[in-house]
Design a protein around this ligand. Sequence first.
Ligand code: FAD
Ligand code: UDP
Length: 397
Amino acid sequence: MSFDSSSLRHRAYDTLVVGGGFAGSVLAERLASQLGQRVLVIDRRDHIGGNAFDFHDEAGVLVHRYGPHIFHTNAPKVVEYLSQFTDWRPYEHRVLAQVDGKLLPIPINLTTINELYGLDLDSAGAAEFLAERATPGLEIKSSRDVVISQVGEDLYRKFFEGYTRKQWGIDASQLDKAVTARVPTRTTTDDRYFQDKFQMMPAEGYTRMFERMIAHPNIDFLPSVDFAEVRERVAYSHLVYTGPVDEYFGHCYGKLPYRSLRFEHRSFDQPHYQPVAVVNYPSPNVPWTRITEYKHLTGQVCAKTSITHEYPSAEGDPYYPIPTPENAELYRRYEALAEATPAVTFTGRLGTYRYYNMDQVVAQSLAVFARMAERSRSSEGQTRGESSSDSGWRVAA
Ligand code: FAD
Ligand code: UDP
């Protein structure tokens, strides 16, 4: 990493944004286009887009460097906002899980139950089948309880227990109920992974969308630069921080745990590898959690295909906040520190330690922007006539 200040177009910035993922890019775009601010976005990675970064690999296939990213939301305002920067390709995600040597729909649905147990139930029959196995009246405290209460022990063990242990490094009984609640059981044949109103992929990929977001003339973007390198060397009035909140505060209360992944990318000289975009491997005997084949997501037509195996790991980049009661408690201490640090705005999945999807991060940053714009309007009222660029630059500590 190297920081070369000669590539900066301005002597000073209104806002320095640390992190060029959804959280940082949305705020940078809003601050520049709506408030006329001069914004510097930096990222320690060598690209924009954060975890949603995609690129054409050596086989010419559009792949996601950090695992499959499927856009889905119920928020029209998020769609409306992002649609300024991309067209969309309709895409409904479907996932199969390899269980007992079969490829079966997950979330568990009518087809899963019939094919797994060799039955021919209808929806009412499947509901009865599950009710006989589920644990009624269970107080739902953990991710294990969520599944057991709906489908019982056998389906839990086959589809959730191993996957969850691999993915998180802990048992589902230790995880917040919201984690497995992301994958609800159905007694219909609906085999879509998500049920959101809007389900689609950016037509030219995520990176192209991000490039358009930060193309504003008031925005500079510096890749391959860590905040530590610039914090004393760039002048800015306000800081937006989308990296890990505990890292910003020097881990003063101890490290917030994150789960990481190792991605193994491979290409094949054949048009397809598997029947759907994602196949999950819940078995504890298989070291990866899932395999993604990108062409199903993007609709790209080409002679070759590329896939990614995901291997969960304790070491590496922080991809997932780990939702346990102890971690939530530790985060609350950092949150209190963040609230007592008004010169810095914390947002995003790492900045607020939340297991957020992309659309939730966009909505969060739009809400954060609305509050910043409100504050800016009220302080403008107080110092009318004084432009922000005249207002006493300092390098934030
Ligand atoms: P990030 O994308 O993590 O961006 C933060 C950026 O800050 C990073 O690029 C990082 O390099 C940079 N940074 C951190 N610290 C510093 C520093 N000190 N100096 C400089 N730069 C720094 N969501 C969905 O909606 N659908 C999906 O299908 C989906 N699939 C996912 C699959 C995987 C494997 C993962 C890990 C996540 C998935 N998500 C999905 C979630 C999605 O990735 C996040 O919601 C979103 O990318 C979060 O955006 P962000 O800007 O908060 O964080
Ligand atoms: N899960 C599981 N088996 C599956 C799919 C999901 O046990 O086949 C559990 C697992 O704990 C996982 C969680 O449900 O972490 C949420 O799944 P999701 O697909 O939403 O995870 P993400 O895409 O965020 O990694």
